[in-house]
Design a protein around this ligand. Sequence first.
Ligand code: A3D
Length: 320
Amino acid sequence: MARPKIALIGAGQIGGTLAHLVALKELGDVVLFDIAEGTPEGKALDIAESGPSEGFDAKLKGTQSYADIAGADVCIVTAGVPRKPGMSRDDLLGINLKVMKSVGEGIRDNAPDAFVICITNPLDAMVWALREFSGLPHNKVCGMAGVLDSARFRHFLAEEFNVSMKDVTAFVLGGHGDTMVPSVRYSTVAGIPLPDLVKMGWTTQEKLDAIVQRTRDGGAEIVGLLKTGSAYYAPATSAIEMAEAYLKDQKRVLPCAAYCDGEIGVKGMYVGVPTVIGAGGIEKIVDIKLTKEEQEMFDNSVNAVKGLVEACKGIDNSLA
Ligand code: A3D
């Protein structure tokens, strides 16, 4: 059986890291696409030359031509610009919306059967626009944010409790922005919910609140440290987890920006929700019941995403 073909649209910091991970994990052959001449070719060749030492079998190709992504099984989109210190994700909307148009059309014309994972910010609005421009089925287009935000939450919790992060599960819901909702009630250590761990004296409510806020600010913390761009190792790893779930039909339960049709009170838009990812793409949205307070926070986050989608429609008439 031929190896899967994985197209990476955008060969910057995340795109290059994705290519390296795909090769190391032997998930398939890689096509790195970017408008910057030489960048995808250089990264593809550099990673291919690590193959003899690592012992992986994967072909890597860099290109400026969408024809080269033909027949891709998975497309991961990072094309666009990242934020710099002082910028919010929403400041990227105008410039990255234009990028989503060309990328969506490129995927529509060359890889219409792919499972598409968008990473470009502002995430929830960009994945909505990418789906509109590409015309692919909603279950085959999703956004990566929840896996990363949850991984940040899990990392901070594992550090606080001094336990293996393998035993810490966590969910972050809502839009990938300042209003995201780290779900304390649904996050556990080996099945024990966080509120119970507070009662057991493992941590205090104040410390837990600080971890929740640090999770919300997780992206800005890295931007502030790096100064020249945003996070890329953990974002790439998170998207690979989703791509692997699709390629291997793992039926993983992962939070991601998925198209909701009434689930958790959201109709006709993309937002971060728990999903099942398998060979059918987004096979299911887990329709969890939130408490009144959680639902209010979630609705607030959904409204922030709605505002960005409306802004997209204002910029590009074809979306209205
Ligand atoms: P960067 O290293 O700048 O790479 C972006 C690449 O896109 C560059 O190589 C550009 O040349 C390329 N590009 C620009 N326009 C086009 C186009 N029209 N077609 C093809 N390629 C193009 O950025 P990065 O890799 O660090 O980040 C990429 C995106 O991911 C940014 O929008 C970030 O804000 C976003 N991001 C999202 C998360 C989430 O959790 C959702 C996390 C981190 C970064």
